[in-house]
Design a protein around this ligand. Structure first.
Ligand code: GLN
Ligand code: ZN
Length: 763
C-alpha cells in the first residue's frame, strides 16, 4: 500500500482570513485571544481538508513565517528583543515587523523601538522569510510549546499527522552571521537542541517527523556536505522516524549524500526530472521509505494522472509499502481552493488545480495504485479529458504566435547602432542638462484613484467616467512635475492596479483568478495572473494614456512598460513549454507596444525589469542559461527602436556583482536602480565592469516616509560620481512612489531637483 502525505498547507485561509485577523490585531482592534482562536480555527479547517491523507502536516501553520517560528523553537532570538518582558507573541511580531519607539518612551531599554528582522526570498519562490540571526556566541534553547500545542490539537481532532520542522543544516544556511563568524561552528550547539526536540516529540507518541532540508537541491561545498553527515549521524538515535524532505529541484550531485544519511525516509521533488528517480531507487538503502513529490506544489495546473501512474506503477511494484507520494513541496505556494473561482472561464478552470484539488489528485493516485485504476476509472477519465482539452485548445495554441517565434533571429534584439553612437543623437533630441532628474514611474495611488477603480470594477461608474478620473490624475502628475522642474516626466501610472496585472489583463493568453492569493510574507499576499496560452497583444495597451500625458507637456514623457522577464517571473506560468519560450512570446508583445509608443512620438521608453534577478535558478551552474534567454527577451522587447529613442530599464534592490555582464548586455541606454540604502556601494559592480551606458542610482528610499535632505542627496551623488562618469549619471528616487503620499513626494523631489542643480554647478 502506498502512503500519502502533505508537506504543508497554505495558512492564509481561502478568504485570506489570517491576513485580516493579523492586521486587525496589529492595529489593536482585536485581542490576542481572538487571533489565537482564528489560528486554531484555520488549523482545524485545514486538517479537515487533509483528512484523507495518511499524514497531514503539523507545525506548518505560522502566524507570520515558518522560519521565524523555527527560530523561536530553537530559542534563537535576536539580541535586541531578548530583554522584552511583554507577551511572547508580541515579541514574535516585534522581530517580524520591527516596532518604532513610542514618542515618550520611559522604558526604552525594554519596550522601545526595535528593528525588524531582515527578510529574504525562500529559495526560488516568491515567499519571503525572516532571516535567522547568528553571532559567534549564539546559543540555543528549546521551546517546543508551539509544536506540542499544535500536535495536541491535531490529536484531539483525530488527525493522522507528522510534525514538520526545518532541518539544522538548512536552518543554519538560511541565517546570517551578523559578526561575519562561521555559521557552521554553531552546529555543535544546535544539534543537542534538535535531539531534545525530537525526543520531546517522541515522548508524545510522534512516529514520523518531516525534517525539511531543501538546501540539498543546491550546490554545496565540502563543509556543508560534511555538516549533513555530521548532523544526521548525531540525530540517528532519536526515537522518531525522520522523513528528510528535499524540494524545489533535483538532488543531482547530492543524490548519494542525501540517500545515505541515516534517516528513515527521503522525500524528493519528482515534479521535474523523473530520470533521476530510477537510479535513486536502485541505490535506495533497504528499509528506507522513498517519498515522491509527484503533484507539483509550485504551479496551478492539473497533474497528468495517467502519465503519473504510468511511471508510478512499476515503482509501486518495486517499493511496495516503502513508496510514499505527496505534493512536490509545501502547498504554501499555491492558492487554497479552485472551487471558489466563479468568474474563471469554465474551460480554463477545468485545467487548474489549487491546494485542495492537488490533494484530491494525490488521493486518486493512491487509490489507483492501491486498488488499480479501475477503482477510479470515471475520475481518471474526467481528468484525462481536461488534460487533452488543454493540450489541444486553440485558446492555448495560436499558430500566428508560433510563427512569429520561429521568425526570431539575432538581429531582432540588436539596436541600430552601439550606445556610443546613439547617445549623441539622443542628447541632441532630448537636450537634457547634466545630472538629469526623473522618477521611476508611479506617483501616489491616492484614495481618489482607488475609490474610482473600485467603483468602476463594481460597475458603479462607466468607462468614460473612470477614464476621465484617471486622466485628471495624470494631468495632476504632470502639473506637479512641471512645478518641481523635473527633466524627464512620467505619467504616474494612475490607471494601473499592478504592474503585471495591468498588462496581463490586456494580453491574450492570460487569465485571472478572484481568490488565487499566495502568501508573499506575513500578511502580504500576491495574486499572480495565470499565463495559460500563447501570448499576443490584440491592441495597444498604454499608448493612449502616455500620449495624453505627453500632450500636456513639452518635457519628454517616459513611456512606461513592464518587461517580459518580470511579467513571467510574477505570473503562474505554463508547464507545457519552457519558461524561455513564454518569455519570448511576452517579449514580442511588449516589442509591439514599444514600437507603437515610438510611433506615437514618445522619445523615452522605460521597460521595468524589477524581477529579473528573482528568476535566477537555485544552482549557479544554471544561472548563465537563464540570464542568456532573459536578456535576449529583454533585447527583443526593447531594441527595435531607432537610435534617437532612449530606452530605460529599472531594477529594484539587487546584488549586481555577479550578473553585471548580463545587465550590460541588455544594452538599455539608461538603468535606474535601488541603491540608496547601500550608500552607493552597489555601484561598485558597475564601476569595476566599466558599465558603458547611463545609470540612475536611487538617491532616496521610497519605502520610508522620511524626506531626504538636499545635502544628503548631493553627498550620495558625489559618491556615485566617484564611480561613474558624471555625464552618464541620472538623479532619481530608488523606485516608484505609489505607496507614498503627495505630501511626502513633493518635498522629497523638491530636494532632489535642488540637489541636481547644486551638482551641475559643482561637479
Ligand atoms: N514603474 C514601476 C513604478 O514606479 C516600477 C515598480 C517596481 O520597480 N517594482 O511603480
Ligand atoms: Zn523598483
Amino acid at each position: 500500500m502506498v502512503t500519502t502525505h502533505n508537506l504543508g498547507f497554505p495558512r492564509i485561509g481561502a478568504q485570506r482570513e489570517l491576513k485580516s485577523a493579523l492586521e486587525s490585531y496589529w492595529k489593536g482592534r482585536s485581542s490576542r485571544a481572538e487571533l489565537e482562536v482564528l489560528g486554531a480555527e484555520l488549523r482545524r479547517r485545514h486538517w479537515a481538508e487533509q483528512a484523507a491523507l495518511d499524514f497531514a502536516p503539523v507545525g506548518d501553520f505560522a502566524f507570520y513565517d515558518q522560519v521565524l517560528d523555527m527560530s523561536f523553537t530553537l530559542g534563537n532570538l535576536p539580541e535586541r528583543v531578548l530583554g522584552f518582558h511583554g507577551d511572547a507573541l508580541d515579541n514574535y511580531f516585534r522581530v517580524a515587523r520591527g516596532r518604532s519607539a513610542p514618542v515618550a518612551d520611559e522604558q526604552a531599554g525594554c519596550c522601545g523601538g526595535v528593528a525588524a528582522g531582515e527578510m529574504t526570498k525562500w529559495f526560488d519562490t516568491n515567499y519571503h522569510y525572516i532571516v535567522p540571526e547568528f553571532t559567534a556566541t549564539t546559543t540555543f534553547k528549546l521551546d517546543a510549546s508551539r509544536l506540542l500545542e499544535q500536535w495536541a490539537e491535531a490529536q484531539a481532532q483525530g488527525v493522522a499527522a507528522k510534525p514538520v520542522i526545518i532541518g539544522p543544516v538548512t536552518y543554519l544556511a538560511l541565517g546570517k552571521a551578523k559578526d561575519g563568524s562561521g555559521k557552521l561552528a554553531l552546529l555543535e550547539r544546535l544539534l543537542p537542541v534538535y535531539a531534545e526536540l525530537l525526543e520531546t516529540l517522541a515522548a508524545q507518541g510522534v512516529e514520523w517527523v518531516q525534517i525539511d532540508e531543501p538546501l540539498l537541491v543546491t550546490e554545496l561545498d565540502a563543509d556543508w556536505r560534511h555538516a549533513y553527515d555530521h548532523a544526521y549521524h548525531a540525530l540517528k538515535s532519536c526515537r522518531v522516524k525522520l522523513l528528510l524532505a528535499t524540494y524545489f529541484g533535483q538532488l543531482l550531485e547530492n543524490r548519494h549524500l542525501a540517500l545515505n544519511l541515516p534517516v528513515a525516509g527521503l522525500h524528493i521533488d519528482a515534479s521535474q526530472g523523473r530520470e533521476d528517480i530510477w537510479p535513486l531507487v536502485d541505490t535506495l538503502p533497504p528499509h528506507k521509505v522513498l517519498s515522491l513529490g509527484v503533484v507539483n506544489g509550485r504551479n496551478i495546473w492539473k497533474t497528468d494522472l495517467g502519465a503519473a501512474l504510468d511511471w508510478l506503477e512499476p515503482l509501486a511494484e518495486r517499493l511496495g509499502a516503502r513508496l510514499w507520494i505527496a505534493p512536490s513541496c509545501s502547498l504554501l505556494h499555491v492558492p487554497v481552493d479552485l472551487d471558489s473561482e466563479e468568474n474563471l472561464d469554465r474551460e480554463i478552470k477545468s485545467w487548474l488545480a489549487f491546494a485542495k484539488q492537488k490533494l484530491g489528485e494525490l488521493a486518486l493516485l493512491a487509490t489507483a495504485l492501491n486498488q488499480g485504476r479501475a477503482a477510479v476509472r470515471a475520475e481518471l477519465d474526467a481528468h484525462r479529458a481536461a488534460i487533452e482539452s488543454r493540450r489541444h485548445s486553440p485558446r492555448v495554441h495560436n499558430p500566428k504566435v508560433k510563427a512569429a517565434l520561429a521568425g526570431i533571429d539575432a538581429g531582432l534584439g540588436q539596436r541600430q547602432s552601439p550606445y556610443a553612437q546613439r547617445a549623441p543623437k539622443q542628447a541632441a533630441r532630448l537636450k537634457l542638462p547634466k545630472f538629469p532628474t526623473t522618477t521611476i514611474g508611479s506617483f501616489p495611488q491616492t484614495a481618489e484613484i482607488r475609490w474610482a477603480r473600485r467603483q468602476f470594477k463594481a460597475g458603479e461608474i462607466d468607462a468614460v467616467t473612470y477614464q476621465a478620473a484617471m486622466r485628471a490624475e495624470i494631468a495632476r502628475s504632470v502639473r506637479e512635475q512641471e512645478a518641481l522642474g523635473l527633466d524627464v516626466f512620467v505619467h504616474g501610472e494612475a490607471e494601473r492596479n499592478d504592474m503585471v496585472e495591468y498588462f496581463g489583463e490586456q494580453l491574450d493568453g492570460y487569465a485571472f483568478s478572484q481568490f488565487g492569493w499566495v502568501q508573499s510574507y506575513g500578511s502580504r499576499c500576491v495574486k499572480p495572473p495565470i499565463l495559460f496560452g500563447d501570448i499576443s497583444r490584440p491592441k495597444a495597451m498604454t499608448v493612449e494614456w502616455i500620449a495624453y500625458a505627453q500632450s500636456l507637456t513639452h518635457k519628454p514623457m517616459k513611456g512606461m512598460l513592464t518587461g517580459p522577464v518580470t511579467l513571467l517571473n510574477w505570473s503562474f506560468v505554463r508547464d507545457d513549454q519552457p519558461r524561455s519560450v513564454s518569455c519570448q512570446q511576452l517579449a514580442l508583445a511588449i516589442r509591439e507596444e514599444v514600437l507603437d509608443l515610438e510611433r506615437a512620438g514618445l522619445r523615452v521608453i522605460q521597460i521595468d525589469e524589477a524581477a529579473l534577478r528573482e528568476g535566477l535558478p537555485l544552482r549557479r551552474s544554471q544561472w548563465q542559461a537563464y540570464l542568456d534567454w532573459a536578456v535576449a527577451s529583454f533585447r527583443i522587447a526593447a531594441n527595435g527602436v531607432r537610435d534617437e529613442t532612449q530606452i530605460h530599464t529599472h531594477m529594484c534592490y539587487s546584488e549586481f556583482n555577479d550578473i553585471i555582464a548580463s545587465i550590460a548586455a541588455m544594452d538599455a541606454d539608461a538603468i535606474t536602480i535601488e541603491t540608496s540604502r547601500s550608500d552607493m556601494e552597489l555601484l561598485d559592480a558597475f564601476d569595476s565592469f566599466n558599465y558603458p551606458n547611463e545609470i540612475g542610482p536611487g538617491v532616496y528610499d521610497i519605502h520610508s516616509p522620511n524626506i531626504p535632505t538636499q545635502e544628503h542627496i548631493v553627498a550620495l551623488m558625489k559618491k556615485a560620481a566617484e564611480r561613474i562618469p558624471a555625464e552618464r549619471l541620472w538623479v532619481n528616487p530608488d523606485c516608484g512612489l505609489k505607496t507614498r503620499q503627495w505630501s511626502e513626494v513633493i518635498p522629497a523631489l523638491t530636494h532632489m531637483v535642488a540637489a541636481a542643480k547644486t551638482l551641475r554647478a559643482t561637479v
